[in-house]
Write a protein that binds this ligand. Structure first.
Ligand code: ADP
Length: 366
């Protein structure tokens, strides 16, 4: 899935951040990237998302050369890799729900898809009941969980968590590691960069890549390097599902075949959605509910619930000043300026022409 072949990154000032690094990661692996501060962990992540190019060497993602990728394809490549940062990078003026929904909203995804995806992700991270609070009301551990959910929102095949526990206490750190392990067990490939020795003790059964001064000094369980011709890579593709695909499938399997009468009555305007393959009804239960905080009821359409609760939050907690009257749904023309403004905060997401229903990018790729 990911192959670095003899990758060196030398910055303009002469610093060699990565030095002749080679490794291969198979789909579905969890790989811990370790090494002291300055060892090259972040550089590795930035190379993988093509934030910059290596000085030498080649990087492959699935059957695509990241290094040779035309600049126009980079935004689409970045959507396949969710990045989690040490400092969370949540948008303070958006609540938890809206922060998670943001990448989907920017991509112009249909409301029904956003609702079901965010509901599942909130359940996964165990923060369903905190959907309507704002980042400053969250603990560090909760904020990082939200940031992980946001990284997963677009259904990336890989999540790269760069020192995700750097600002957390031990207990919260371990809980973040467990969440990443759970996401990995649901199918998403996870790269976890950390130099936290306490965490490493809990990760000793995972594959570890140890970096020192930019060199890969140890790989505890190397995957054989691939000679990546397109044909071989396609043949080798295993149908590993991502965590989000697993959640989607479980939701569809668990969804009630008949819509409850009360719901139909409550939403007379609800017409069948255009997307036949996606369930527009709310699921009874999501795949991960056993492991996450129990939800009260997920029968109601989140939009209605969210709108009502939003009002409550504003009234009850006097958050009117910081409350931004936006919904987590697909952007309308009115939201154009809002989206343009906040999109600056998400470096890996390029803002499409907002107001358009579906992203054209997919077409461009071919
Ligand atoms: P880590 O994430 O392991 O702390 P980094 O990948 O951030 O390490 O950095 C590796 C080395 O590259 C460090 O010496 C750092 O100072 C240097 N470095 C990182 N980014 C740049 C840059 N943009 N310009 C120059 N040097 C850099």
């Amino acid at each position: 899935m990911i192959t670095f072949t003899a990758v060196t990154k030398r910055f303009g000032d002469g610093t060699v951040a990565l030095d002749n690094v080679s490794f291969h990661v198979e789909p579905g692996e969890l790989v811990v990237v370790t090494g002291p501060s300055g060892a090259g962990k972040t550089t590795l992540m930035r190379l993988l998302i093509r934030d910059f190019l290596p000085t030498e060497g080649e990087i492959m993602y699935k059957d695509e050369s990241v290094t040779a990728m035309p600049a126009g394809q980079v935004p689409f490549h970045r959507r396949k890799i969710g990045v989690v940062f040490q400092d969370y990078r949540l948008l303070s003026e958006l609540n938890v729900w809206e922060n998670i929904a943001l990448p989907l909203s920017i991509l112009g995804k249909p409301e029904s898809e956003i609702e079901s995806r965010v509901t599942d992700l909130l359940s996964l991270i165990g923060l369903t009941e905190r959907a309507l609070v704002f980042p400053k009301q969250l603990s560090g551990g909760e904020a990082q969980r939200v940031s992980i959910a946001r990284a997963l929102a677009t259904g990336p095949s890989v999540v790269f968590a760069d020192e995700p526990t750097g600002n957390l206490d031990k207990q919260a750190s371990l809980s973040i590691v467990k969440l990443l392990q759970q996401i990995n067990s649901l199918g998403t490939t996870v790269l976890l960069a950390t130099h936290d020795v306490t965490l490493l003790a809990h990760l000793e059964n995972e594959r570890q890549l140890d970096l020192e001064h930019g060199q890969l000094v140890h790989d505890s369980r190397p995957s054989p390097m691939k000679t990546t011709t397109k044909t071989e890579e396609s043949k080798a593709k295993t149908p590993v599902k991502t965590a989000v695909e697993t959640l989607d499938e479980s939701r569809e399997a668990a969804a009630p075949p008949i819509k409850p009468a009360e719901e139909s009555a409550a939403k007379p305007e609800a017409k069948p959605e255009e997307e036949p393959e996606e369930k527009s009804e709310k699921p009874e239960k999501s795949a991960t509910e056993e492991t996450a905080t129990p939800k009260k009821s997920s029968k109601k359409k989140p939009t209605k619930k969210v709108k009502t609760l939003k009002t409550k939050v504003v009234e009850d907690e006097d958050l009117a000043q910081e409350f931004t009257p936006v919904t987590a749904t697909a952007p309308s023309a009115k939201k154009t300026s809002w989206l343009k403004k906040i999109s600056g905060g998400l470096p890996s997401i390029k803002l499409p022409a907002v107001g358009k229903k579906s992203p054209k990018p997919e077409k461009k790729e071919t």
